[in-house]
Design a protein around this ligand. Structure first.
Ligand code: ZN
Length: 54
């Protein structure tokens, strides 16, 4: 389970690919949780990395 967001694992998640609500990248994988204003939404890994860096 070292790479849970790679390969066929992502197919188990509904709506796993779409437009990131934060950076508006199209057809990215939205598999990373992001907490904003008390709500948890799914974002791309780039926004997820930014959240953890700050
Ligand atoms: Zn993003």
């Amino acid at each position: 389970m070292s790479k849970p967001n790679r390969g066929r694992n992502i197919k188990k998640v509904a709506n796993w690919r779409g437009t990131c609500p934060l950076c508006d990248r199209k057809r990215v994988k939205l598999l990373w949780p992001y907490t904003k204003d008390g709500d948890t939404i799914n974002v791309c890994k780039i926004c997820y990395a930014h959240q953890n860096k700050a």
